[in-house]
Design a protein around this ligand. Sequence first.
Ligand code: FES
Length: 114
Amino acid sequence: MKDEYVKTYKLSDLSNKRGKAFKLDDDHEVAIFKIYDKVYAVDNICPHNHVPQIFDGYIEEMYVACPIHGFKFHLETGEQPTKTGCKLKTYEIKIEEDYIYVKKPKRKLFDFHF
Ligand code: FES
C-alpha cells in the first residue's frame, strides 16, 4: 500500500520553536514544530492525560514539554528523557515545494510503553 502524506503548512507559516496543530483526519491531529531548519511532527495529544495541547508546549533542545504537567518528549523518538513511561507518537514528514507533508499513520493513535 502506498504511503499517504497529508499537505499541511507552508514552511513560512511556522515560527521558530513555536508549534502549530494540524488535523490529519478525524482520528489524528499533529503538532508541527520548526527548529531552525528542521521540521518535526508529533501527536498533538499528550500520552500522559490525553490532552490535545502538545502544539502549545515549549521547546528545550530536542524535547517538547507538554504545557499541562511538563512531561518532556523527544521530537524524533517521542521518548521521555528517562526513556521510560509513556511515549509520544512521532510522524514522518517530507518537504516539497516549501510545504510540509505529514505521513498518515495506518492505525493506532498511541504507543504505550509501561
Ligand atoms: S497532560 Fe501532558 S504532561 Fe500531563
